[in-house]
Design a protein around this ligand. Sequence first.
Ligand code: PTJ
Length: 223
Amino acid sequence: MAPQGLIAHGRGEAFDYLFGETTPKSSRLATKAAVALLLSARNPVISVNGNTAALVPREIVKLARSVPAQLEINLFHKSAAREQRIASLLKRNGAINVLGASASAKVRIPGVASARRSVDPRGIGGADVVLVPLEDGDRAEALRKTGKMVIAIDLNPMSRTSQTASVTIVDNILRAIPELVSCTLRMKHLSRSRLRAITSSFDNQGNLSRVIGDMVRYMHGWM
Ligand code: PTJ
């Protein structure tokens, strides 16, 4: 995890307390929609940064296998050494193929100023659905502009990432990834038309309002 990752983690924890460190009901709905998107995707990709690798290395590999989806390392504080360390951590946890850590061909996501603009054309570059845990707002927005469906995991329902994603899971990544794995295993047998019905009936803005409502109700309990 980059030192800035610790600060980001603290920001996330502050929001987690506003839910009593439990998964709000509304987030379970988003998880279901996210799984429907992943299972019906042509090329789903899971973007991995330092915080994700440090917090849920085994679970993220399990998720990639159960969909199945590709894993691509994509760092804000980019360095070849960090990429290599994260790739070997994922491999020690069962990943076979990890994109984003070698000097292979890269394409640019237009509109992203940070190092995160550079992605693998076989991975995020060619993906139709991208899962972006703990993302910065710029890239989430830019990925949406290229026509990709974006699934975000972010404890802050008001962040730009949460607001611009196609599906936002407002939950701690520590609970969200295991929940995504078990939901994937439960939904794997569903037909394409059933999966499509789940994704098309999901309203991210409406769900984010429900999340904020859950937060407010939890805090009222303390008054
Ligand atoms: O490893 P790198 O170099 O790619 O850097 C990763 C960080 C996280 C440092 C970088 O992406 C960053 O600075 O992110 P931000 O802009 O701070 O955004 C992180 C978002 O994740 C914030 O909205 C936090 O509320 C949220 N967050 C933090 N911890 C968790 C979380 N969401 C879910 N689970 C968490 N444990």
